[in-house]
Design a protein around this ligand. Structure first.
Ligand SMILES: [Ca+2]
Ligand SMILES: [Ca+2]
Length: 176
């Protein structure tokens, strides 16, 4: 895509890009990043790529806060589903099987809507304790898998190459 003077281009989050000045004079490039609204669906659907992209490393802490609702992640091999379910039950103070707005507020303060969006694969604006436990397990598995990888020549990991054969693995809502 070739931009002309006065034009701007909007990149979605994590969009790897390169620019080239094709004019006869110097040019300037100005980047402005938006923090709100958080791209929760993008993070959810492309989690393994997000976790492998160093340019997005400053987002990882915030993503983990949403993904775990403040729960410390277990070590790889621990029983993450049961730990996630136990955490969800702790958060579900009124025992209705849902982690509601006020309960999310307690877990992630002002980011409750982002947390709900992140964890609500069926889009019904309700977060059940099992929805969270499944996501917690999958996030823990992705983080554990990425942590074991080593970059190969060209900066891509072997797991990233494997991923090309099964790109849907990214989505937290898919089965592992
Ligand atoms: Ca509840
Ligand atoms: Ca739901």
């Amino acid at each position: 895509m070739e931009l002309k003077a006065g034009e701007a281009l909007f990149f979605p989050p994590g969009f790897i890009h390169e620019t080239l000045n094709v004019g006869d004079t110097c040019s300037s490039s100005v980047t402005y990043q938006f923090t709100d609204p958080a791209p929760t669906l993008y993070w959810r659907h492309f989690m393994t790529r997000v976790r492998r992209t160093g340019d997005l490393s400053e987002c990882w802490k915030g993503i983990e806060r949403l993904a775990t609702l403040g729960k410390r992640l277990p070590l790889p091999g621990d029983n993450a589903y049961e730990q996630g379910l136990a955490h969800a039950i702790e958060l579900d103070l009124n025992n209705d099987g849902l982690i509601g707005e006020e309960e999310l507020q307690r877990a992630v303060q002002g980011h409750w809507l982002e947390a709900l969006s992140f964890h609500d694969p069926d889009g019904n604006m309700e977060l059940t304790i099992t929805e969270f436990a499944k996501d917690y397990l999958k996030y823990a598995a992705i983080k554990g898998r990425v942590a074991t990888e080593r970059p190969i020549e060209g900066g891509r990991s072997r797991a990233a190459e494997d991923e090309d054969d099964d790109a849907d693995d990214d989505d937290l809502s898919d089965d592992l």
